[in-house]
Design a protein around this ligand. Structure first.
Ligand SMILES: [Zn+2]
Length: 298
C-alpha cells in the first residue's frame, strides 16, 4: 500500500497535542463538497482539534475547515513519511496486491497491461506488478529513491498537473492515495482523461462504513476513547469514503462501476481459520476496513 499506517506516521505530527498541531498548521481553509458544491455540516472534532464534516446532500465525509495543503506538505509529508521497508512486499500486502492484480487481469485482454500507479510511494506495487509482466509507471508528489530503484518510469507532481502527452494507460490505480488529495473529483476526472478507451480505474481507500471503524466512531461519540476519532487519521486523510459515496464520485468522473469489495487484511494476531470466517462475514456485508472499487471508463 502506498500510504503509511497511523503508526508509521506517528513519528511526525500524528498523535501529538492540539497545541503542536495548531502551531505547525496555523491556517485553515473551508472546503465545499466536490460533487454538490455545498458547505458541509460538522459532526465531530478529533483529539488533535481537526474538524470532521459531512455533506448534507450526498453524505460524503471530509475534513473542513482543513489545514492548508502547503503547510501540510512540510509538517506531515516530510522526508520520513515513507520508510525503506515499505519498498518490500510483505506477506499481507502480497495477498492484497495479488487479489487486485487478479481482478484487473479478469477485466483486461492479455496484451493490455500498461498501468499507472498514482501515489506510488516506496514503489512496492511497481515492483510487484512489473515482475508479473506488466508495463508500469508511477507518480508521486515527492518521488522516492526506493520508487526510482524499481526502474519504472516516474512522474513527479499531483496527477492533475502532470502532462503525459499522448500516453494512455489500460489501468489507473489509486491505492490509499485518493483520501490524501486536494480534490478527489479533480483527480478522478484526470484519471478518466489518461485512461485508454474502456480502461480500468482501481481505487483503494479506508472504508469508514467498515465494522471496525464504525465501532470506533461510536466509542468516539460516546467519549469512550482517550483519542477521539483517531481512526479517521484526519491529519493526513482529508476525505473519508463509504462504498456509496466513493461510487458517486467515480460515476461523476465518467466511469461505470464494475465491482466494489471491502477486503480484510490478514492480522498476525488472528488464526488463519478465524481470519477466514471473519473475512467472509465482513466482505459479504461490505463491512471490511478497506474499500476497493473497480470501474471502467464510459
Ligand atoms: Zn455532496
Amino acid at each position: 500500500m502506498s500510504g503509511p499506517s497511523e503508526t508509521e506516521s506517528s513519528r511526525s505530527l500524528f498523535g501529538r497535542s492540539r497545541e503542536d498541531v495548531a502551531s505547525a498548521l496555523p491556517d485553515r481553509e473551508p472546503v465545499l463538497c466536490p460533487l454538490c458544491r455545498r458547505p458541509p455540516q460538522r459532526f465531530a472534532i478529533d483529539f488533535q482539534g481537526l474538524h470532521l464534516a459531512r455533506c448534507r446532500s450526498c453524505g460524503l465525509q471530509f475534513h473542513s475547515p482543513r489545514p492548508v495543503l502547503e503547510q501540510m506538505a512540510t509538517a506531515v509529508y516530510g522526508a520520513a513519511y515513507h520508510r525503506p521497508e515499505e519498498a518490500e512486499v510483505d506477506a499481507r500486502h502480497e495477498r492484497h496486491y495479488a487479489r487486485q492484480v487478479a481482478r484487473l487481469e479478469r477485466c483486461l485482454d492479455v496484451e493490455r497491461r500498461h498501468l499507472l500507479d498514482v501515489g506510488c510511494g516506496a514503489g512496492a506495487f511497481l515492483r510487484f506488478v512489473s515482475e508479473r509482466g506488466w508495463e508500469v509507471e508511477g507518480t508521486d508528489v515527492v518521488v522516492t529513491d526506493w520508487a526510482r530503484a524499481s526502474g519504472a518510469r516516474l512522474w513527479a507532481g499531483e496527477l492533475p498537473t502532470i502532462d503525459f502527452g499522448t500516453t494512455r494507460y489500460d489501468v489507473v490505480r489509486f491505492n490509499h492515495v485518493l483520501e490524501h488529495t486536494r480534490d478527489p473529483l479533480v483527480e478522478l476526472r484526470r484519471a478518466r482523461e489518461v485512461v485508454s478507451p474502456s480502461g480500468i480505474l482501481l481505487v483503494g481507500v479506508p472504508n469508514v462504513a467498515g465494522l471496525s471503524l464504525r465501532l470506533k466512531s461510536w466509542q468516539s461519540r460516546l467519549g469512550l476513547k482517550s483519542k477521539r476519532w483517531r481512526h479517521y487519521a484526519a491529519l493526513h486523510h482529508l476525505w473519508f469514503f463509504t462504498p456509496a459515496t466513493l461510487q458517486r464520485l467515480v460515476e461523476a468522473a465518467g466511469f461505470e462501476v464494475i465491482l466494489v469489495e471491502t477486503p480484510v487484511m490478514d492480522r498476525p494476531d488472528r488464526s488463519p481459520a478465524l481470519t477466514g470466517v471473519y473475512r467472509g462475514l465482513l466482505e459479504t456485508c461490505r463491512a471490511g476496513s478497506l474499500l476497493d472499487l473497480y470501474a471502467r471508463a464510459r
